[in-house]
Design a protein around this ligand. Structure first.
Ligand code: SF4
Ligand code: SF4
Ligand code: FES
Length: 486
């Protein structure tokens, strides 16, 4: 019978000769971190379960020849662990060289150059080339949509993406297939992601250690629009993007203010930079109105004895932060498709309402205005409708443009958001603080639940289908791990 660890008990051991005391059930990797020893990892990820596939993290225990994966094994009383010696370095170098023998090694052309866990490991172990023959299989990068690119030639088969998709998001669009040297990561029948259950949340890209799955870079398309003198380019950005931008630019917290970000975007050549809070407020207020209308309708029906309250409570409105949420409901909860909100995303509102307003004011054809929404999470880049004059860029893409332009954002003066015309402003009432207060009070009076993964969403939706959950509004945030502040 396996022993269940008791975290209230302590375990004493040594790591590289240093005494350590940790709770029972602590993994070797975590115990080593406690004394500032960083054992190298590749397949391990702090947000995912242990898989122990790559064996980079092997250590020796009690001087025995047997190697133990530090990411997957707990410490035990009295064990002496060695994390570094000649033999372990040789083993790790050999594993890295074997991976590189099946890798394109085109780091300079890779989107993850200088931000790649395999490249860092190769550098750490002084590997400049593989001593094994390169046996790389032919694969071409596949642009799956505006959100995701898959370049399986670079896959190190760590299966992080599979676990993220299957266990965290419960979508199961990608899986492992075949065995041994034919082992690979694939979609069912190798179909494009759009033809399988993928909801383009980007979770797989956020955990991939290399450039095998990543957010589609559309900076060249935006730059083309900016460089075209016949095209005006307008942007919307939220203040909530600044922490992600700091992270992407490796700057300290607080180095990028909203005002500096606006100045940087204008320096990149954008004609106007609007506050994304405007369209977010419009979308939110419309959803609240929709929920309120349903609530009123339900109360009226109940008064007339047309429906039982139990029946009504099972039909909350469903909204989401991305179009992937609609895809999720359509695929997995067909019975709830009528309960999806009809309100469009802030990005859609920007490209249809504000862009039109701007084009009218400037006397331009709508096709001569490109709107760009800077979004906190790559899930929000996904759209069913492909319109090349409406683009969304992530914080990583904005950071790339800023770096390429040589802009030192932390030294910039601060500018204000562009103002929309008074007529539009008064029509939308967005500058009126009372709208926000009104929205907040209505929001608070409604029964609302917000979930931050598709796994959580499933739990709520299953309960709703069984009439076991009482709410009027389900908000699904498909979060891929970006800087979403909601
Ligand atoms: S984008 Fe999301 S749903 Fe699609 S494969 Fe990646 S993790 Fe799965
Ligand atoms: S695509 Fe990335 S995350 Fe998935 S197995 Fe390959 S290297 Fe790992
Ligand atoms: S990091 Fe431990 S086996 Fe991969």
């Amino acid at each position: 019978m396996s022993h269940k660890p008791d975290p209230s008990k302590n375990v004493n051991l040594t790591i590289d000769g240093i005494p350590v005391t940790v709770p029972e059930g602590t993994r070797i990797l975590e115990a080593a971190k406690k004394v500032n020893i960083n054992i190298p990892v590749l397949c391990e990820h702090p947000d995912l379960c242990k898989r122990a596939l790559c064996r980079i993290c092997v250590v020796e225990c009690d001087g025995r020849g047997k190697l133990v994966a530090a990411c997957a094994n707990d410490v035990w009383e009295g064990v002496n662990i060695v994390t570094i010696n000649q033999r372990l370095v040789y083993i790790r170098k050999t594993i890295i060289e074997m991976i590189l023998a099946n890798h394109p090694q085109d780091c300079l052309n890779c989107i993850r150059n200088q931000n790649c866990e395999l490249q860092s490991l190769a550098q750490k172990y002084g590997i400049v080339s593989s001593s094994f023959d390169n046996e790389m299989e032919e694969h071409q990068p596949v642009i799956e949509c505006d959100t995701i690119v898959r370049d399986m030639a670079k896959c190190v088969k760590c299966a992080r993406c599979v676990e993220a998709c299957q266990e965290v998001q419960t979508i199961r669009a990608i899986n492992t297939s075949r065995r041994s040297h034919e082992y690979e990561i694939s979609t069912p029948y190798k179909q494009p992601l759009k033809d399988v259950s993928c909801v383009f949340c980007g979770k797989c890209a956020s955990v991939c250690p290399v450039g095998a799955i990543y957010g589609h870079d559309q900076t060249a398309e935006v730059q083309k629009a900016i460089n075209d003198s016949g095209i005006k380019t307008i942007a919307q950005v939220s203040s909530a993007l600044t922490p992600a931008l700091e992270k992407e630019l490796c700057l300290a917290a607080g180095a990028v203010t909203t005002g500096k970000m606006i100045t940087a975007i204008k320096l990149l050549g954008f004609d106007k930079v609007y506050d994304a809070a405007v369209t977010a407020n419009i979308a939110n207020s419309e959803i609240i109105r929709e929920v309120q209308a349903r609530k009123n309708e339900a109360e009226r029906a109940q008064l007339q004895g047309l429906l039982s309250m139990q029946g009504l409570l099972s039909r909350p409105l469903i909204s989401g932060c991305s179009e992937g949420v609609t895809r999720f409901i359509n695929q997995f909860y067909h019975d709830l498709t009528d309960d999806l909100t009809g309100v469009k995303s802030p990005r859609y509102i920007f490209s249809n309402l504000l862009k039109k307003e701007y084009a009218d004011k400037e006397g331009l054809e709508l096709s001569n205005v490109t709107s760009v929404s800077f979004v906190p999470c790559i899930a929000q880049k996904y759209t069913e409708e492909s319109d090349k004059t409406d683009l969304a860029l992530s914080a990583a893409e904005l950071a790339r443009m800023i770096k390429l332009a040589g802009i030192v954002i932390e030294n910039l003066p601060e500018e204000q958001f562009s103002q929309m015309s008074r007529s539009l402003e008064s029509r939308l009432l967005v500058s009126n603080d009372s709208l926000n207060l009104n929205l907040q009070s209505q929001d608070n009076s409604l029964k609302k639940v917000t979930v931050r993964s598709y796994a959580q969403a499933r739990n709520i939706l299953e309960a709703i289908l069984k009439n076991e959950y009482d709410t009027q509004w389900v908000e699904i945030l498909s979060c891929s791990g970006g800087s979403c502040s909601r």
